[in-house]
Design a protein around this ligand. Structure first.
Ligand SMILES: [Zn+2]
Length: 107
């Protein structure tokens, strides 16, 4: 990882919990959409080494490290030129609860 990149630890909210992850300023701006909260679904996929800890609503417990990240690239045509490029999920390593999920479209 480049030392020029200024990574800052942020709290990112998901539907089933929250995570703490290190973001660049650019990623943060892209994800917060003008509100004080940052949503993990807006950041989409981050590599596991960016996560410091996560909280699972179902376990009501905080865990060190990253949730399990899984994703697929269906490249599914949804009509009117919209293509679903990627869909992914962040899940609790202990109970498999979905912490957050995201969708990435071509536009
Ligand atoms: Zn859990």
């Amino acid at each position: 990882m480049s030392h020029n990149e200024d990574l800052e630890e942020k709290k990112l909210l998901g539907s089933g919990g929250y995570v703490f992850a290190k973001l660049t300023e650019k990623e943060e701006l892209k994800a917060n959409l003008g509100v004080p909260q940052i949503f993990l679904s807006n950041v989409r996929r981050l590599s596991e080494d960016r996560f410091t800890k996560y909280y699972c609503n179902k376990c009501t417990k905080e865990y060190p490290g990253s949730p399990t990240i899984s994703y697929e690239n269906p490249n599914e045509e949804l009509g009117q030129g919209v293509i679903l490029i990627e869909k992914g999920e962040y899940r609790c390593r202990t109970c498999n609860n979905i912490i957050a999920f995201y969708r990435k479209f071509n536009k």
